[in-house]
Design a protein around this ligand. Structure first.
Ligand code: ADP
Ligand code: ADP
Length: 223
């Protein structure tokens, strides 16, 4: 992912709010990048632009050299509040994106079962989201994002709503999944410790005015 001079200005009741003021960043294939910074520094805006859910006011975002034009299946997104379909069972939540891609029924079943197993929720296939704990719901959301085999996973504070113990558990599970599946990950957090545990590179943003302050290489070996 190549982010090139990206600016984003919101117009809030006649006032200009500069969310991003010239961001340059290149995320390499299979790299795990965490973005940290204070509330309001533009982290979510940057993720939404890469996701194609928002458009920059100026500058470009390229994926494999192609400009990003709206959401696409090569980018999976995980949000803080799970965003599962409440009317679908766990397995149907995961199968949803696969069916949308026109995958054959047997393959949908196979892939769904594989990712349910990876996140340790095989026995909850027929459960509904409301029957699951927060940690389990986020496991389903991560399984759903991984199942469609995106090139890039975009995660916006995915563990922000979880208690400390569950968060630690999901961090290590996510690392294991990342090592197994080798995916490019762009992960937002306001928790510096979380960033250091997960990332190969930590991007530090500053609030005024929505810029990258520093990029730190983290050289801690993975467990
Ligand atoms: P972070 O994720 O780092 O907390 P955001 O990207 O959410 O920061 O926000 C960056 C700035 O842009 C903030 O000042 C925020 O109020 C503003 N902003 C974000 N989204 C919108 C929006 N849809 N409309 C207006 N202002 C917005
Ligand atoms: P929370 O996110 O609400 O803190 P957790 O995800 O830690 O909750 O799990 C809450 C309960 O669900 C615990 O009793 C835990 O043992 C159980 N649980 C979590 N994940 C699984 C799983 N994969 N299989 C079976 N039980 C689980």
């Amino acid at each position: 992912v190549k982010i090139d001079h990206v600016k984003k200005v919101f117009n809030v009741r006649g006032n200009e709010v500069v969310a991003l003021n010239g961001v340059d960043l290149e995320i390499k294939e299979n790299e795990f990048v965490c973005v940290v910074g204070p509330s309001g520094c533009g982290k979510s805006t940057l993720l939404n632009i890469i996701a194609g859910l928002d458009v920059p006011s100026s500058g470009n975002v390229l994926l494999d050299g192609n400009p990003i034009d709206g959401p696409g299946t090569e980018r999976g997104v995980v949000f803080q509040q799970y965003a599962l379909f409440p009317w679908l069972t766990v397995e149907k939540n995961i199968a949803f994106g696969l069916k949308l891609r026109g995958m054959k029924r047997e393959d949908v079943q196979k892939e769904t079962a594989k990712y349910l197993d990876i996140v340790g929720l095989s026995s909850f296939a027929k459960s509904y989201p409301k029957e699951l704990s927060g940690g389990m719901k986020q496991r389903v959301a991560i399984a759903r994002a991984y199942a469609v085999n995106p090139e890039v996973l975009l995660m916006d504070e995915p563990f922000g709503a979880l208690d400390a113990q569950t968060r630690t558990q999901l961090q290590s599970e996510l690392l294991q999944t990342w090592e197994r599946e080798q995916k490019t990950c762009f992960f937002i957090t306001h928790d510096v410790e979380e960033a250091i545990i997960l990332a190969q590179r930590v991007v530090i943003m500053s609030a005024r005015p929505g810029r990258i302050k520093e990029i730190v290489e983290v050289n801690i070996p993975y467990p």
